[in-house]
Design a protein around this ligand. Sequence first.
Ligand code: UDP
Length: 146
Amino acid sequence: MKIRKPMATNRTFTMIKPDAFSAGNSGAILKMIEEAGFKIVAMKATQLTPATAGKFYEVHKERPFYADLCAYMSSGPIIAAILEKENAVEDFRKLIGATNPADAAEGTIRKIFAKSIEANAVHGSDSDENAAIEGNFYFSQIERIG
Ligand code: UDP
């Protein structure tokens, strides 16, 4: 019997942040995401309130940038999406690049589109566990494929 290697996580969660959305870069970013092999299995345009942004980024509440981050993330519309691909979390982190665009590799989404370490164009989950939590934060079962 052929033993199949267990498939690494296949879903991650992303947001196109207010800076990229307001600059009209959502389409170009989604194109890069699809061309990298990710399938969109849930997506919506929405706007966070300071309170919902605070809840989303609760893990960072002790960090010095938390208040500014919550204000920024609620400053305009965003796109939230769940993406599917083999090894989704790790591959998506590679596609978006380092948190600070100054450190991001050439050709990554943040290198191309981010304005600053805060207004860094996109979010990408950092673990399978957080991908599930973050996807559930935005989407109910009937708002997603599968
Ligand atoms: N951030 C910031 N200042 C910092 C570090 C992070 O404003 O010094 C913001 C930035 O928008 C980042 C988010 O906080 O994407 C979450 O930080 P994290 O360290 O989790 O980075 P990420 O996982 O998004 O690369």
